[in-house]
Design a protein around this ligand. Structure first.
Ligand code: HEC
Length: 246
């Protein structure tokens, strides 16, 4: 059967002119409706064709909160990832290190993962050289220079950047440890008298306590403890001894 002969597609008027069949009218009006709807949709949700537009909320209304978008840590970690490209030259993008250049891994490293940032911040501030044990292997022969920005080393990292890159290393490749803040870096930089040009050895670093301040009893020799107790007023000493005896 030829299509024209099918009244669904084509009708012939009495005057013999060809008109639209029932189905064609449906298709046409359907297409027109789609066009109108599409236009309305783009007008409402198209974000005025702004490249930065990603949200379906119409303009003028508060955007939906996208999970994670408000997380300040995510922003810092993103920044850290960019800075880390400089570290990756030696430590590799996956933090696995480079045995051919005596570069130890950061993934799974106890120096990176220690809950307290006391040592790892110092490594970045003044550098590290000499034998260092990482994940049970001794690494030796490599040198990591200071990453701290100074007048002599202007292309290095600010305290904020050191915090970001360390936070990134502590939360990548399966690593999980607390973020490091710029304030923590600044506090250690201020308190640490070591110049950035004198690299740490691992041996020296291991003496840096991982807690804020060493416990008083560990810091005092028995003689010092005795002197400290003798300096107390008699009543206080008596109260203290009673308390200790309990
Ligand atoms: C020029 C190569 C080089 C670059 C670039 C480099 N490091 Fe290192 N890094 C080393 C070497 C070598 C050691 C080991 C030094 C030693 O043997 O005492 C090391 C040691 C470390 C350690 C302590 C040991 C460990 O594996 O955990 C940390 C942490 C560290 N680097 C972090 C970083 C970060 C963060 C950056 C980027 C800001 C960086 N490094 C850039 C070469 C490099």
């Amino acid at each position: 059967m030829r299509a024209e002969a099918n009244p669904l597609f084509s009708v012939r008027s009495r005057r013999g002119q060809r008109g639209f069949g029932l189905l064609n009218s449906f298709l046409l009006s359907g297409a027109a409706a789609l066009l109108v709807w599409g236009g309305l949709y783009v007008g409402k949700y198209g974000g005025r064709f702004d490249g930065d537009e990603f949200d379906e909320a119409p303009h003028g209304r508060p955007a939906k909160v996208v999970a994670g978008a408000e997380d300040p840590n995510a922003k810092v970690l993103k920044r850290g990832a960019i800075i880390f490209q400089q570290c990756a030259l030696c430590h590799q993008a996956d933090g696995s290190g480079d045995p051919t250049k005596n570069v130890p891994p950061l993934a799974g490293s106890e120096w990176v993962l220690a809950e307290s940032p006391n040592r790892v911040i110092r490594i970045l501030l003044s550098g590290l050289t000499g034998p260092v044990t990482v994940k049970g292997n001794v690494w030796n022969g490599g040198i990591m220079a200071s990453w701290r920005k100074t007048a002599d080393n202007p292309s290095a990292l600010t305290d904020e950047e050191i915090a970001a890159v360390l936070s990134y290393a502590r939360n990548s490749w399966g690593n999980k440890a607390p973020m490091i803040t710029p304030e923590q870096v600044s506090a250690i930089a201020k308190e640490e008298k070591r110049p950035p040009t004198v690299s740490w050895s691992a041996e020296e670093l291991l003496k840096v306590p991982l807690t804020g301040a060493p416990a008083a009893s560990a810091a005092l020799t028995p003689d010092q403890l005795k002197a400290a107790l003798q300096a107390l007023p008699a009543a206080d000493l008596e109260a203290l001894l009673k308390d200790v005896k309990k």
